[in-house]
Every structure is written in C-alpha cells, then in structure tokens.
Design a binder for this molecule. Structure first.
Ligand SMILES: [Mg+2]
Length: 284
C-alpha cells in the first residue's frame, strides 16, 4: 500500500492497532472464559502490520476480486483474526462479543462460510499453504496482480503437506505468494523443538527455493522492514516471525500449558491492566 505518513507515525499507528487487537482478544476470551488467547496476543503485532499496512484490501468489501487473499491456516487463531478484522473494519467491534456463541458468525475455529474476510476454513493444520499455492496459481493465470498471504503456525511445519506446497510454489515461481509463519516455539503437544525439530528454518526454506527473512515478530518497526524486503517477485517469499506467546501480559507470557490457556475469572481485568501498563498510550 502507498504510505504517505512518516515512518515514526506509521509504526506508532500500527502499535496502537496491535494494542487494540490485544484488547479485543481479551474481551472475546472473557466471553468463553478460555481460548487460544496466548497465540493471539503473540501474533497481534504481525496481524496489525498485515491488515493495516501490507495487504491491499477493501475492508468494507471483503469479496473485492482484486484483494490480496489473507489466509488463516491455523484456524484456532480465529479469535485473533476476528480482532484483526474488527480493527480493519470488516467486522464491527460490537459483533466480537458474540464470539463462540450459537448463531454467531464468529465460531471458535476459523470458517470461511461463516465470517466475512475469512478466506479459508483453517484448523485442519498443514493445509493453508497448499490452498495458497492453488490460489496464487489461479490469480496468475487470470492476470490478477493480487497477492496471497498465508499465515501459519510453526507447528504446521511438522506437516509433509506444508513442504510439498513449498516445493510446488518454488517450482511454479509463485512470486505472488507470501507465507508468514508464527514461530512461537510451541504447539499442542509441547515445545516445537521437542515434538519435531524444524530448525534451522532459514536454511530449510532457502533450500526449498524461497526468499526468506526472519524477524522479531513483536517488533513492529522490524516487521515493516521485513515485509518491505520481500515484495512480489519471481519466487515465493516467507517471513519467519519469532513471537512470544501471551505477549503484553507478563503473567500469561510465563504461564504453563500456554497452548490453551486457562484464565481465571478475576484475571481478565488483570490482563487488561497489564496491557495498559505496557502501552499507556494505547486507546483502550
Ligand atoms: Mg506454535
């Protein structure tokens, strides 16, 4: 997207957006009393940069044919995706409180048939990149310059289907494909390094023919630079984002079993207070 504001303002605006996304996540999590809150807090900065700075979208028109396709491969991050869609303007903030309720358009796992702006039904992990490859091929055949941005978790790097898709993307020279990996070092069964070693990630993606950059996924300024370093080109690109689960709420950053955090009733307000303390300039 064309940027007309200076860099400092741009980064500050994105940080404020990330802060609002975090608050939305806590508000939604409180409705259900649980959820994939830790991942959402960790990935909020990446979502803010993608939805507010990187992707070419018309938030009020989520079916716009020339939009960049932003895919949520890890469907259990839906709580964070809804927060980002509200921040972008595709969903209303008021609707977020329906999260996980009967008849809501915001189910606990991302489903494209329910939610405006949700491009795929993720959650059967390891499939997003394959879908993204198909979309990127299709757009190229149509002469459409839109980009496909596939967001995925590091646990999905265990899946053979991911690497098959990565190989195909490079083979077909899909320079309109960008993959964004949330490297939070954790998956359902434990630390990723213990479940199945996937490092060294840069070497692996490069060996598969991808332009590769690794960045602190909780540093907005660094994220902007990282995404700028991999514009559309002749080959696919991946941005590996090192994030911290629970980011912004210290007592959640260090909580055991952070994959599916249990948060006591009284802790939601404490979490919001922690966010405010971390970002007193935030708008919430
Ligand atoms: Mg993970």
């Amino acid at each position: 997207m064309t940027q007309t504001v200076d860099r400092g303002t741009r980064v500050a605006d994105l940080a404020a957006a990330a802060d609002r996304i975090r608050h939305h996540i806590l508000d939604m999590g409180e409705v259900q009393g649980q959820g994939y809150v830790g991942q959402g807090l960790g990935f909020a900065d990446v979502l803010a940069v993608i939805y507010k700075d990187l992707a070419n979208l018309r938030p009020q028109d989520p079916e716009w044919f020339d939009r960049d396709r932003v895919l949520l491969s890890m469907g259990h991050y839906a709580i964070a995706e809804y927060a980002a869609l509200a921040e972008a303007g595709t969903l209303s903030v008021d609707e977020l409180e329906t999260y996980g309720s009967d008849d809501s358009r915001l189910p606990m796992s991302g489903m494209s048939t329910y939610t405006p702006g949700m491009e795929i039904s993720g959650g059967s992990l390891g499939h997003g990149l394959g879908v993204a490859v198909g979309m990127a091929l299709g757009l190229r055949f149509q002469g459409n310059p839109a980009r496909v941005i596939n967001m995925m978790s590091d646990g999905e790097l265990d899946e053979g289907s991911t690497w098959e898709a990565a190989m195909a993307a490079a083979h077909h020279g899909l320079g309109n494909l960008l993959c964004v990996v949330d490297v939070n070092q954790l998956q359902a069964d434990g630390p990723t390094a213990g479940v199945l070693r996937t490092e060294p990630l840069i070497d692996k993606w490069q060996a598969f023919g991808w332009r590769t950059v690794r960045v602190d996924g909780n540093d907005i300024d660094a994220l902007v630079t990282a995404f700028e370093s991999v514009p559309p080109g002749d080959t696919p690109a991946v941005v590996l984002c090192d994030t911290r689960i629970g980011r912004g709420v210290p007592f959640l950053e260090t909580r055991e079993k952070a994959h599916f955090i249990r948060i006591d009733e009284h802790e939601w307000d404490l979490a919001r207070q922690a966010l405010r303390a971390a970002n007193p300039a935030g708008s919430n």
